[in-house]
Design a protein around this ligand. Structure first.
Ligand code: MD3
Ligand code: FE
Length: 215
């Protein structure tokens, strides 16, 4: 199997069961050229911004969205909105390479009917972090979340259904795709401070795309 991907790092093409319902598809987003060009187009229409939490903290992770709904936070709370609050316009359409990858990965993981309507795009520069949280702003927790990592590697942390549950660490690298469904859908998770580095194709940054059925 790995022979088919001779130009990619060793574990590409491998499928790892991280936890009940959580599947990593190593290197599933490679080659990432079409995704990265589509990302540029989304960001040109809806630039990255550091949003403010309801508690008044500016997030170190910069975010934008594409699709029918986008995840936003401000002093009023967390929610999905059809409109980019910075521009007053709808979020950019979900690019075809995004949608195709998300649907194919979900189908491989056992969710053949998954069609995302929201894609939250996170940008981590060295030093950025995302503290332990659950994703609970979506309507239907029976729908999985598909995440795609691009650029610098990160040590992803995930626990269980309680904030106090023990945490496991998993490296997520350029091209890795993870499908979070079933019991893992509401697991606490986060990204500790991103280490500095330089990715040959992406630069000094990590992007994460999370595909959701929000509405
Ligand atoms: C486990 N993003 O956007 S991706 C987020 O790398 C988020 O930017 C992280 O957490 C990132 O909400 C982690 C992996 C991930 C995404 C969603 C999940 C893991 C998840 C939802 C439920 C359980
Ligand atoms: Fe999350």
């Amino acid at each position: 199997m790995d022979d088919l991907f001779g130009d990619q790092p060793g574990d590409t093409g491998r499928r790892e069961e991280l936890a009940a319902g959580a599947v990593v598809l190593r290197g599933r987003a490679l080659p990432a050229d079409a995704l990265l060009s589509a990302l540029d187009a989304v960001v040109a229409a809806a630039p990255f911004r550091n949003m403010v939490t309801p508690g008044g903290f500016t997030m170190s992770v910069a975010m934008t969205n594409c699709g029918a709904a986008g995840w936003v936070t401000d002093r009023r709370g967390y929610r999905y909105d059809a409109v980019d609050p910075e521009s007053g316009r709808p979020w950019p359409d979900m690019p075809k390479p995004f949608l195709e990858l998300a649907c194919a990965a979900a189908a491989e993981a056992g969710y053949p009917d998954f069609v995302p309507d929201a894609c939250l795009i996170n940008r981590y520069q060295p030093g950025a972090r995302l503290s332990l949280h659950q994703d609970r702003n979506e309507r239907d927790y029976d729908q999985p979340i598909v995440s795609v990592s691009l650029g610098l590697p990160a040590m992803f942390q995930f626990g269980g259904l309680e904030r106090s549950d023990p945490v496991r660490k998993v490296p997520l690298r350029h091209g890795d795709v993870v499908v979070w469904g079933g019991p893992s859908r509401l697991f606490y998770h986060g990204i500790p401070v991103l280490k500095d580095g330089e990715h040959p194709a992406v630069g000094r940054v990590r992007f994460n795309l999370t595909f959701r059925k929000a509405l």
